[in-house]
Ligand binder design. Sequence first.
Ligand code: PXL
Length: 263
Amino acid sequence: MKKCALINDLSGFGKCSLGAAIPVISVMGIEAHPMPTAALSNQTGYESYKMADLSGYMPEFFNEWKKLNVDFDGILTGYFSNINQIECVLNFIKSQHALVVVDPVMGDGGERYKGFSDELCGKIQELALYADIITPNETELFLLTGESNTEKAARSLIERGIGSVVVTGIKDSGKIGSAVFEKDKSEIFYTKYTDGSYSGTGDLFSAIVTGLALCGRDTFEAVKTAAEFISFVLENSEIEDRNNGIDFEKYLYGLGAYILEKQ
Ligand code: PXL
């Protein structure tokens, strides 16, 4: 079976990060191997939470993985809280020949998230340049490049060696788009716009794109499928609190069936 390392936090409530990525990768018939960067009672959007930072364990954990002599097919990274975690992950990536997907979590709506210093953003940029696929929103794309035109920004990253730049959350009168930029081609996929942000949707998106890429699908098909899946789940979710995430569990089987059908 193919093996995918998932580097992200583990939150007890919020159905995000590893809690979203593990089931998605598993249902696609790929082994999910989590490397937790932190453990939280619940994600940070709730009024209160407790967090155990696991940064100090990461070098030892990666060292143990090294002893297991595993070749990973894929590596997916998400949220980082400090540059040491990224340094560790860079060493791991350099030791593998895997498809690397980086979700460069840094901000949204034109603002950086709390705690994202110039230094941390710079390190995330360094990591992104090792990726085959990156999945920034427009804010993150601008932070990565210093360029405020989406197409120009994406093209500048492709010139620096990133194979596919996937830009999420592009709003356009009642629709929301995910654009894929590659060297010789670009395309945007629209779905219905639903106001506000829902916990875990970005993590589900990057995990679906990673899983499909590992199943041999091109990034255009992977992004179209991920966007349509999340849009469908959102429309069919009963949401009391956006922090709780969306009802993806009810439709996960559909992702598994999709893989089997088109094998
Ligand atoms: O993907 C959302 C997410 C993941 N992990 C943590 C978070 C959030 C959103 O706020 O706080 C710890």
